[in-house]
Design a protein around this ligand. Structure first.
Ligand SMILES: Cc1cc2nc3c(=O)[nH]c(=O)nc-3n(C[C@H](O)[C@H](O)[C@H](O)COP(=O)(O)O)c2cc1C
Length: 359
């Protein structure tokens, strides 16, 4: 069983399913597994490459691109966060574009460039990326967690959007609009731009719903964390089943609103950041946390990274455990292949049931 959507057609993939970007964690093995299973693999914006060394983000990205292309014939992409907290953003975009240009196999298979958490224009305005775009089939998508951000992505000339609702794990819009409404808002205003729905997807029901309201596919984060193939620590995976949907909480991270699993770290973070959360909600206009000084943000980012890596190394109480509400509908740790097969089979069943209502 396969689906034919604008996303499967655009990328030449079998299944309309991607793994979500999950930096600063490595998702390189996960990207291989998703691409091998016929989905769209995603290399996250990380500072660690496959050999476990702390490299610069660019060195890590190049190594991870090389690793993935050597281990799959499938299709994949990479994420770059374009926030002002990524000072090396231009270097990353140029470096990735040049690296892909130089390797014909990468040019064939690395077709998905996803930016997020900042400006949608930085990648399309970059000269090296423009050259890559002219000489390959690569498509640029940007994460749109609010309607006004979707407008900006369309103006920036994105090829598609990752429409991410508030139920998702990790960084989310301070506007707190759930994915069901957001996707319909974006579909009403921008019906023709290809969309990947994200945030809260983990089952075939979810995929069926997303396809019915305008998306051509889904990206799943928490669902793939709890897979046999992801690089996440066993302790992190084991949080997912048996967690409940209400076991996450929204806090303020350096990049803005962030959804975390409710542990000691998350509860403490909320108490010390209350004032900033308020400022963030009231004043942010364009860039996340635009009113906070660069130095303060850099310090927060450093703290966030330390907490993220504590979680990555298995400290489930003092680490920052980014997860979405979808943890409440994930019941088993399975292989990526089994997850994708089940999601596709169940989506088919759900859509057939729905169409049987039409007489
Ligand atoms: C551990 C983790 C790290 C994340 N890091 C990033 C990131 O670096 N860039 C990004 O655009 N989104 C990031 N996100 C958000 C995801 O791309 C996606 O929106 C989210 O996982 C969707 O919700 P779900 O977990 O219910 O599938 C992260 C999410 C998680 C769970």
């Amino acid at each position: 069983m396969t689906f034919k959507t604008n996303i499967t057609e655009m990328f030449g993939i079998k299944h309309p399913i991607a793994n979500a970007a999950m930096g600063p964690f490595r998702t390189t093995e996960l990207a291989v597994a998703v691409a091998e299973a016929g989905g769209l693999g995603m290399i996250s914006h990380a500072n660690q490459s496959m050999d476990g060394r702390e490299d610069s983000a660019l060195v890590a990205l190049k190594k991870n691109l090389d690793y993935v292309v050597e281990h799959t014939e499938g299709i994949f992409g990479f994420n770059i966060r374009t926030s002002r907290l990524t000072p090396d953003c231009e270097e990353l975009i140029s470096g990735a574009a040049k690296h892909i240009m130089a390797n014909p196999k990468l040019r064939e298979q690395c077709l998905y460039a996803l930016t997020s958490a900042g400006s949608a224009s930085r990648m399309p305005q970059n000269k090296d990326f423009q050259k890559l775009r002219e000489n390959s089939q690569i498509k640029h998508f940007h994460v749109a967690p609010a309607l006004w951000l979707a407008d900006k992505c369309v103006s920036a000339g994105c090829d598609g959007l990752v429409v991410t609702g508030f139920e998702g794990g990790g960084h989310q819009s301070y506007e707190k609009v759930g994915g069901l409404v957001l996707l319909q808002q974006v579909q009403q205003k921008h019906p023709d731009i290809p969309k990947i729905a994200c945030g809260g997807f983990a089952t075939g029901y979810g995929l069926a719903a997303a396809l019915s309201i305008g998306a051509g596919g889904v990206a799943m984060g928490s669902r793939f964390i709890a897979s046999k193939d992801s690089e996440f620590h066993e302790n992190y995976k084991n949080v997912v089943p048996p967690a409940k949907a209400q076991d996450t909480i929204v806090r303020t991270g350096a990049l803005g609103t962030i959804r975390l699993w409710k542990n000691k770290y998350a509860m403490k973070k909320g108490l010390v950041k209350t004032k900033e959360e308020k400022i963030a909600e009231e004043k942010i206009k364009d860039d996340h946390r635009a009113e906070i000084s660069k130095e303060e943000l850099a310090e927060e980012l450093r703290e966030d990274s330390i907490a993220a890596f504590a979680a990555y190394e298995g400290d489930m109480q003092n680490g920052s455990v980014l997860l979405g509400q979808s943890i409440g509908i994930i019941n088993q740790i399975e292989s990526v292949t089994d997850i994708i097969e089940t999601v596709i089979k169940d989506a088919e069943k759900a859509l057939k049931t729905a169409i049987s209502y039409v007489i």
